[in-house]
Design a protein around this ligand. Structure first.
Ligand SMILES: Nc1nc2c(c(=O)[nH]1)N[C@H]1C(S)=C(S)[C@@H](COP(=O)(O)OP(=O)(O)OC[C@H]3O[C@@H](n4cnc5c(=O)[nH]c(N)nc54)[C@H](O)[C@@H]3O)O[C@H]1N2
Ligand SMILES: Nc1nc2c(c(=O)[nH]1)N[C@H]1C(S)=C(S)[C@@H](COP(=O)(O)OP(=O)(O)OC[C@H]3O[C@@H](n4cnc5c(=O)[nH]c(N)nc54)[C@H](O)[C@@H]3O)O[C@H]1N2
Ligand code: SF4
Ligand SMILES: [Mo]
Length: 688
């Protein structure tokens, strides 16, 4: 006899909300029965409703038996369940002690991707201000802000890293949307059906590269040289808009000088891309119009990233592809909600990441990567506390051996998460947050790649599991224990939302009537004709006086990756191969979901891509377990022997605790302007 579960007797109802399983934030219908999410599909009212594989696993994730359901405290190396009251008291005591002994700057408060552009992030930031620390950091120090900086310095705004509908020539550069941006692939496919050209630039011959008209198998970390090579051809062959250059740019003459030596032959030597391909790409991009560039996070993760992005932004502008329909569009700014910051409460001390003033200006926060060094060295001052919400730095931050050493120096590590991650395992206190399906939030999706200024209220489908707590409330409750009660007056999520919406033209009711979100600003073409570009000179700054003043290269300049066979020939004998990391898979987001059976089945193992010939010379066969060793450390990982990677390059997937790519990476090799770590170029050897 089949047993009927109580839940099956309940009616199913639909809750319209947003998928938070990656940073795309597609609209979903969650089917709820008996207090549980039982199914998920796309919400037709939302502009992004063609879902990838991940939300199919939302029911398993939300109701997973490994969810953290209670606050946990480590005692004698073991975690013990405690009450929220005990947890808050313990943390408040420690925070007060650290503040008295070392000053508030000795605590870093960090939020990860699940909270990007949400009300939760705003509440956490207010907490950090009241505590007084200038060290509030976020995932922005490793993700996508570099693009905003590079194009912001050049053309006065973020060039939306997204393929535009109707584009006749699409350049997918260091990005693999077939795995990472489900909705962008739809646009690419539509454009291809209409006869658009496709150019892919990637050290791996991805599925999209196989469909491309032109494919450049670039050496990791040399994208800036390639961009300067393209500019060389475009300028030499007069394939640019001379009127535009005259009226709207600063420093073109210096660029002409700069690219003189970047002949296809020279660029081939640097990038390993054949000179014919370089010529063909330049000609196709500059003549098949409108053309657009869609840049992945590879640009950000390079020590030459800002210069590469500036070169590419310049190329967009001078070929007449900027702010035209089907070309490269500038993103709108976000919606101006109520500012919860309390900057006057922050102690007047330099933040650890303040060595990157351009990053701070664009992100309005300090850089997170120098924190790793400060944790270990105690310079510029000791870091004694780290409060980390929605982030798993023990997997995703560079130079893991060093990071772990730094954690040992902490008096307080608090992790707010939904699962027991490697970072949570190191914590003194773990607090159970909720999934997005268990809370309401406000989300400004301006930052998503589709370049839509969309504001959405996300909805609660089920009650928080166990004793877990809505993420913003955790911080408001802790704040009360710290004596900051009057700054956290909201009795409910709705009250908080209403306050945040005060300065906007949107109301909660409106947002609830439009579950697919409200577009609060339309995109427009050629806005510069009215107001100029949003740069100090109001023009496209090929030459940036601001960069010059700060001591950086003022025009796009190529520098070798800081660890490469050319910059470090001393290492080349021991570490003959170049490695890059990242290469996300559709089944996972960074370090997440390896514990979700439905997704793990799709991609069961961490892999290193290695070329057939290279593998042969090393006696390695497909699926062998191999060791990858860099100057920073070594990991064991399964070999994926393939024709689809450059013979001198290996690519290690990110996000696996079982084979952590970040044991191999370095925190101190950084882009001098953005401060981003060089995740995409390093030297290694591989052996069985
Ligand atoms: N080597 C290498 N390293 C990289 C990269 C690379 O390409 N190569 N990429 C970098 C980039 S671009 C990024 S964005 C970072 C990402 O790095 P992280 O920000 O560390 O990203 P995740 O691994 O997704 O960690 C998110 C954590 O939040 C938890 N979580 C999810 N939802 C919620 C929630 O609603 N509430 C709470 N409290 N917790 C939640 C998850 O369980 C998970 O532990 O990694 C960076 N690191
Ligand atoms: N499924 C899934 N989707 C995601 C995420 C996820 O973790 N999983 N994360 C989200 C986030 S936060 C981010 S940042 C984005 C990242 O999305 P993407 O930018 O697509 O990131 P990756 O897949 O890591 O890398 C893209 C491509 O860059 C290539 N590459 C490596 N090094 C270089 C290089 O030096 N130059 C060039 N030109 N190419 C190089 C790799 O081979 C890879 O094919 O994805 C978002 N979407
Ligand atoms: S791309 Fe997939 S995981 Fe990301 S928000 Fe959309 S449906 Fe969710
Ligand atoms: Mo990212």
């Amino acid at each position: 006899m089949t047993r009927i579960k109580k839940q099956d007797l309940c009616e199913v109802h639909i809750v319209k909300t947003v998928c938070n399983m990656c940073t795309n934030h597609c609209g979903i219908n969650a089917y709820v029965q008996g207090g549980k999410v039982v199914n998920v599909d796309g919400m037709p009212e939302h502009p992004l409703h063609r879902l990838c594989v991940k939300p199919g696993a939302i029911p398993e994730m939300v109701h997973h038996r490994d969810r953290i359901t209670d606050p946990l405290k480590k005692e004698n190396g073991k975690f013990k369940k405690i009450s929220w009251e005990e947890a808050f008291e313990f943390i408040a005591d420690k925070l007060t002690h650290i503040k008295n002994k070392y000053g508030p700057q000795s605590v870093d408060i960090h939020t990860g991707n699940p909270f990007i552009a949400t009300q939760t992030e705003k509440v956490i930031r207010r907490f950090a201000d009241l505590y007084g620390t200038p060290n509030y950091t976020s995932g922005g120090g490793v993700c996508f802000i570099a693009k905003g900086i590079g194009s912001g310095l050049t053309v006065g705004g973020l060039i939306a890293p997204y393929v535009a509908e109707g584009s006749k020539c699409m350049v997918i550069w260091g990005k693999n949307p077939a795995e990472t941006f489900a909705s962008e692939i739809d646009v690419i496919n539509d454009n291809l059906l209409k006869g658009s050209k496709l150019i892919v630039i990637d050290p791996r011959r991805t599925s999209l590269a196989k469909r491309a008209d032109l494919y450049a198998q670039v050496r990791p970390g040399t994208d800036c040289a390639l961009a300067l090579g393209l500019l060389h051809i475009i300028i030499k062959e007069g394939l640019y808009d001379k009127d535009f250059v005259e009226k709207w740019t600063v420093g073109f003459d210096k660029l002409v000088e700069q690219v003189k030596d970047f002949t296809p032959k020279n660029v081939e030597k640097i990038t390993w891309v054949p000179s014919k391909t370089i010529r063909d790409i330049a000609r196709m991009y500059a003549t098949v119009k409108p053309a657009c560039t869609s840049l992945g996070v590879s640009m950000d993760h390079s020590s030459n990233g800002i210069q590469a992005i500036r070169a590419i932004s310049t190329m967009c502008a001078i070929t007449g592809n900027l702010e035209v329909e089907g070309g490269s569009m500038l993103s709108n700014p976000g919606l101006m909600q109520k500012n919860l910051r309390l900057v006057d409460k922050v102690v007047k001390k330099k933040a650890v990441g303040d060595e990157y003033p351009v990053f701070s200006k664009f992100s309005r926060e300090t850089h997170v990567i120098p924190l790793i060094d400060a944790m270990v060295s105690g310079n510029p001052y000791p870091i004694k506390g780290f409060l980390c919400a929605g982030c798993n730095p023990a997997v995703t931050w560079p130079n893991q051996n060093k990071f772990k050493k730094g954690v040992k120096n902490l008096d307080l590590l608090v992790v707010v998460d939904i699962f027991m991650t490697p970072t949570a395992k190191m914590a003194h206190i773990v607090l159970p947050g909720t999934t997005a399906l268990e809370r309401e939030d406000l989300r400004d999706a301006y930052h998503t790649h589709e370049n839509i200024s969309l504001f959405v209220k996300t909805n609660k489908a089920v009650e928080p599991v166990g004793n877990s707590m809505t993420d913003w409330k955790i911080w408001a409750e802790l704040a009360k224990r710290m004596g900051y009660k009057k700054y956290f007056p909201w009795k409910s999520t709705r009250e908080l939302m209403a306050e945040l919406l005060e300065p906007t033209a949107l109301s909660l009711e409106q947002l609830e009537e439009n579950p697919g979100g409200i577009v609060y600003m339309e995109n427009a073409c050629q806005r510069y004709l009215k107001n100029g570009f949003n740069t100090p000179s109001k023009k496209v700054e090929i030459y940036s006086e601001e960069l010059e003043r700060l001591g950086y290269d003022p025009i796009p300049t190529f520098h070798e990756p800081l660890e490469s066979p050319f910059s470090r020939p001393d290492l080349a004998e021991k570490y003959p191969l170049v490695f890059t990391t990242g290469a996300r898979s559709r089944a996972y987001t960074h370090s997440e979901y390896r514990n979700i059976r439905k997704l793990r089945r799709l991609r069961p193992d961490p892999l290193v891509d290695i070329h057939v010939e290279t593998a042969k010379s090393l006696g390695i066969q497909n699926a062998d377990m191999v060791t990858v060793e860099s100057p920073k450390g070594r990991i064991k990982i399964k070999a994926n022997v393939t024709e689809d990677i450059h013979p001198n390059v290996v690519c290690i997937q990110m996000g696996w605790k079982q084979a952590n790519a970040n044991v191999l990476t370095d925190d101190e090799r950084r882009d001098p302007i953005s401060g981003y770590p060089e995740f995409r170029a390093g030297m290694c050897r591989v052996y069985k």
